[in-house]
Design a protein around this ligand. Structure first.
Ligand SMILES: C[S@@+](CC[C@H](N)C(=O)[O-])C[C@H]1O[C@@H](n2cnc3c(N)ncnc32)[C@H](O)[C@@H]1O
Length: 215
């Protein structure tokens, strides 16, 4: 692994605790909450989508959407078929609170159990992941099995030629490429150049950003 951000240590059900606090802070004083890997990581994916996806009705899914910041920015760019899913209900409640005009569809669902949400019964031309594969990779039990299940399941959500965008701070780009291309379910479309991210006063930890296409 290339870096391990302290705030990405294994949480599982404690994601609920994390987002309960975030939701409380939002309700109490309007704080939007954590932007994982900084706003530049949000802007990077939004810029790429604006450049590559001209059709604003393209179905886009944010997997492990947290507070839904990426989707909010895509909505500002005019995208109208946006879905966010997260297995933490407080995260979904926070995302819904932040998305005040109700255009973005938010649902709870566990990617590792595709029967857990109707969101997983359809396909998306673009699936976004910012920190969710990392979180799954850091599961205290069965991490390898869960990673393999992630690749299998996410592949079922994307039509052939559709895109999977991954931002990770736990794996190097070559590790991510090997995980996602190993069984030929995905091919690498491009690696997005990244410099640094800044979080909690710390500068210099790198993330990697990769775009795959479903085979
Ligand atoms: C590091 S946070 C990133 C949140 C969001 N993508 C962002 O960038 O702000 C990881 C997210 O993945 C979610 N998550 C972890 N495992 C998941 C799973 N199996 N299914 C759905 N969501 C999951 C967590 O609840 C959490 O919101």
């Amino acid at each position: 692994m290339s870096c391990s951000h302290p705030n990405l240590e294994p949480r599982n059900s404690s994601w609920d605790d994390f987002y309960k606090t975030e939701l409380h802070n939002y309700n109490d004083h309007g704080e939007e909450g954590e932007v994982w890997f900084g706003m530049q990581s949000v802007n990077r994916v939004v810029r790429w989508i604006v450049k590559e996806i001209s059709e604003k009705t393209t179905p886009i899914l944010d997997l492990g959407c947290g507070n839904g910041m990426v989707l909010l920015k895509l909505e500002e760019e005019g995208y109208i078929n946006l879905t966010g899913v997260d297995y933490s209900q407080p995260a979904i409640l926070l995302a819904k609170s932040l998305a005040q005009n109700g255009q973005i569809k938010y649902e709870t669902g566990d990617l590792l159990d595709l029967s857990s949400s109707a969101v997983f019964t359809t396909k998306y031309d673009v699936v976004l992941d910012k920190g969710t594969y990392d979180a799954i990779s850091l599961s205290p039990d069965g991490a390898l099995q869960k990673r393999l299940a992630y690749v299998e399941n996410v592949h079922k959500l994307i039509p052939i030629g559709g895109y999977l965008w991954i931002t990770s701070c736990n794996w190097t780009s070559s590790e991510i490429i090997s995980h996602f291309t190993a069984n030929s379910k995905f091919s690498l479309r491009e690696e997005i150049p990244v410099k640094q991210f800044k979080f909690g006063g710390q500068v210099g930890q790198t993330v990697c950003c990769l775009v795959f296409q479903a085979a």
